[in-house]
Design a binder for this molecule. Structure first.
Ligand code: PGA
Length: 277
């Protein structure tokens, strides 16, 4: 199981609709305090980027989060949960990459299952976002995952293939060049999100391996080898180590367990540990 994490590890906290500006302030000040407990080696893993920590706060808290992250002793970056593909215009309720760049945000989630389930995100809109945002220099964390019913019907690979093919920017647009760390995939089985039932390390590794093989077939082994694939769905400080021990699990996208700074720190620590064994 053990290997060196050649792609580095990303621990990403998806805050969903939690933590307004005031709670965001509280999170970062506590995280800053907790950074004093990091050992020198842990801190250098973070500052040298072998392990990266990132949170995705709600839009309203992004400005505050960036300011607080920039002057935090804990190396951490901030991304958006949802970003429109157009630069500006009549799109009530949306925000653009240009606006996010202005406040220092250069990373975004795309195609999260809650966006798909509740807000009409499709593979096609995920593709539009991914394409436009990668072109604008953003890091894109593209989320894919099957439902419980789809898994039970044996359709997991077919669903993931449809989502990958539908959402990945077209190969002829130089897709492979984005597979240099800027495009990150997050495998989040819908049945594991917020349920307390995580995929087993074996289930996660099987899918991650399959995703990497699929990427290699389309974009070449080199590009596929550089692409981080995160696991998401009921990740906790208790189960993250065994998940990160899998060869093709390059980090985690974490909802509930990322909200408290103590718990987030434990997740990041596990990430650091996985890169140093
Ligand atoms: P969870 O959410 O960790 O609370 O299951 C994960 C996600 O939706 O990204």
């Amino acid at each position: 199981m053990k290997k060196s994490k050649t792609r580095g590890v990303l621990i990403a906290g998806n805050w969903k609709m939690n933590h307004g500006p005031r709670e965001t302030q509280g999170f970062f000040s506590k995280l800053g305090e907790l950074s004093a407990t990091l050992e020198k080696g842990e801190l250098s893993s973070l500052s040298e980027g072998r392990t990266k920590a990132c949170v995705f706060p709600p839009s309203l808290s992004l400005g505050r989060a960036v300011e607080l992250a920039n002057r935090n002793p804990f190396p951490i970056s901030v991304g958006s949960q949802n970003t429109h593909w157009e630069k500006k215009g009549a799109f009530t309720g949306e925000i653009s990459a240009e606006m996010l760049s202005e406040i220092g945000v250069r990373s975004t989630l795309v195609g999260h299952s809650e966006r798909r389930q509740f807000f009409g995100e499709t593979d096609e809109t995920a593709r539009k976002r991914g394409e436009a945002l990668l072109e604008q220099g953003f890091q894109v964390v593209l989320c894919i995952g099957e439902s419980k019913a789809e898994r039970d019907r044996g359709e997991t690979h077919a669903v993931l293939l449809r989502q990958l093919e539908g959402a990945l920017p077209a190969a002829q647009k130089g897709m492979a060049s984005y597979l240099d760390g800027r495009l990150v995939l997050a495998y989040e089985p819908v049945w594991a999100i917020g349920t307390g039932v995580n995929a087993t390390p074996e289930q996660a590794e099987e899918i991650h391996q399959w995703i990497r093989k699929t990427l290699a077939e389309r974009f070449g082994a080199e590009a596929a080898g550089k692409t981080q694939i995160l696991y998401g769905g009921s990740v906790t400080p208790e189960n993250i180590e065994t998940l990160l021990a899998c060869d093709n699990v390059d980090g985690a996208l974490v909802g509930g367990a990322s909200l408290k700074p103590e718990s987030f720190l434990s997740l990041v620590r596990a990430g650091i540990k996985s890169t140093t064994h």
